[in-house]
Write a protein of this length. Structure first.
Length: 250
């Protein structure tokens, strides 16, 4: 019986000792016990970093964007200049021009009086760009005028045709053919050269002698290529022609 009481006393003493030891390990006297952390309230400890979300990895069938990798090379787009218009690149060919001529006088026609003063007129020739001429001559022709007097009609209808020499200023006689047919070009005396796009103006005058027919008739004026072969077509040998009306009175 005494052994059982001693065992109880010993067990009780041991319990007291263990309780004292456990009490000594707690917080010191006077210290406030830290409150338990409340979920959602700020904590004195630094926030833990959030886990990084892994970048989206494109599927293998998709190519990465240009320039994403270190080996990508950016090539600038070529600058396309506007093309020049066709008219600036290729010059249009020059328009083909041919020889032309005209005759002019004061009043538009030559009015003469038998035995009176001469009347001047000019013949202007302008060559085109088609060709140059080695020999060009101005030729004159008139149809036969009816005589009003007795006896044979005077030569050249009683008219005198002259050309002014630009070098000397003198008036020299020029052939005036009076006929009702066409004069062949190879019978015209030799002319003078005329280059491409060159021009020249010649002065002539016509007067009526005291005796001769009166009336009106055209003075036919032709530019003749005297270097053309005899078999050349008329339009080739005579590239230009015109006329002036001549009126002869008493």
């Amino acid at each position: 019986m005494r052994r059982m009481q001693r065992a109880r006393v010993t067990a009780a003493g041991t319990a007291v000792v263990v309780a004292a030891l456990l009490a000594g390990c707690g917080p010191a006297a006077g210290e406030a016990k830290a409150p338990a952390a409340v979920p959602g309230s700020p904590s004195s400890e630094p926030p833990q970093p959030l886990p990084l979300t892994p970048a989206h990895t494109p599927p293998e069938s998709m190519s990465p964007p240009a320039g994403a990798g270190p080996s990508a090379t950016v090539t600038p787009a070529p600058v396309t200049k506007p093309s020049a218009p066709a008219s600036a690149l290729t010059a249009a060919p020059a328009r083909r021009t041919v020889l032309s001529m005209f005759a002019s006088t004061a009043g538009g026609r030559i009015e003469l009086v038998r035995g009176g003063a001469a009347k001047e007129f000019t013949v202007s020739v302008h060559n085109g760009n088609a060709r140059a001429y080695a020999e060009l001559a101005v030729a004159f022709q008139m149809e036969i005028m009816e005589s009003t007097g007795d006896g044979p009609a005077p030569a050249r209808n009683g008219l005198v045709l002259e050309r002014r020499d630009p070098a000397t200023g003198r008036w020299n006689s020029v052939e005036l053919r009076v006929a009702n047919d066409v004069q062949p070009h190879w019978l015209v005396p030799s002319g003078s050269p005329l280059a491409r796009d060159a021009s020249r103006v010649e002065r002539f005058r016509l007067r009526a002698a005291v005796k001769g027919p009166i009336g009106r008739t055209p003075l036919m004026i032709k530019i003749v290529d005297t270097a053309a072969p005899a078999e050349a077509a008329y339009d080739t040998a005579v590239p230009a022609r015109t006329s002036l009306t001549v009126s002869v009175g008493m």
